[in-house]
Write a protein that binds this ligand. Sequence first.
Ligand code: NAP
Length: 279
Amino acid sequence: MDFITLKGAKVPVLGLGTWQADGGECYRAVLQGLALGYRHIDTAQIYGNEAEVGEGIKDSGVKRADIWLTTKVWTDSFTKDLLAPSVEKSLQKLGTDHVDLLLLHWPQPAVPLEESIQALLAVQQAGKAKHIGVSNFNTAQMEQAQKLAGGKLITNQVEYHPFLNQNKVLAAAHEQGMFVTAYSPLARGLVVENAVIHKIAAEREKTPAQITLRWAIQSGGQQGVVAIPKTVTPERLAENLDIFSFKLSDTEMADINLLRGNKRLVLPRLEHWDSILEA
Ligand code: NAP
């Protein structure tokens, strides 16, 4: 496993995503993932599976201190009165007294950003979240949030895969002293059908998912990118983790970089996204 170290955080660059992993399926994926060597789990209040994530962690026997655990506050709890209590509920479900990373899940125009950031900082100061960040923020929102947080945000979690050009967000995150966390890094499974990725996979005797995840973590350059692929399939859990014994060449990276376009899979028509033409 490789790590990104930033502002006192040591983040495993590959984590296990859990969106749409429900109930027993989620519990088993977390349990099996931890047994295989995953040490980073990504969940959210809105996924409805924090309790199963917590059970999986508890039953795994892996020390809590050895796991990087992220959850995200849903947009209905962004006010100063609601944010901290919502985190308490999350912690109870997760069976822990802190998360390693707490994110604002989406921008919420109905609540002043300053209020949400202050509430996030208060939770951090109380020791309930070791680190804080945002998700789905465009570059302007990210810069504003980082300013309000006095530089304490460590990441912006955004859609990031070979078919979406996120150069602008990546560069802005680095400028703001943040790393990018890549969600939907397998383009929700679409990468397995791509000819360029297939060719590199065949030459390397790897799978398309492994080539894609390797591309993602290498694509951040020195500062890196964290990727959080989701799977509830035992063989894929092992497959997705097995990306640390090889590196892609500059040519292979460039070939995959050429695929980057405008294929946004999560809320593509939302108006606030950065234009990829400026990327
Ligand atoms: P993803 O990880 O790109 O893709 C998941 C899909 O790919 C699932 O259908 C999975 O199927 C399949 N898959 C996994 N490994 C595979 C492999 N080796 N070969 C072929 N198919 C494979 O998409 P995602 O779930 O959207 O994103 C990952 C995580 O990012 C989420 O789970 C969540 O934690 C986070 N996320 C955050 C946000 C946000 O707003 N912050 C939004 C979206 C996602 P099986 O599970 O059936 O194996």
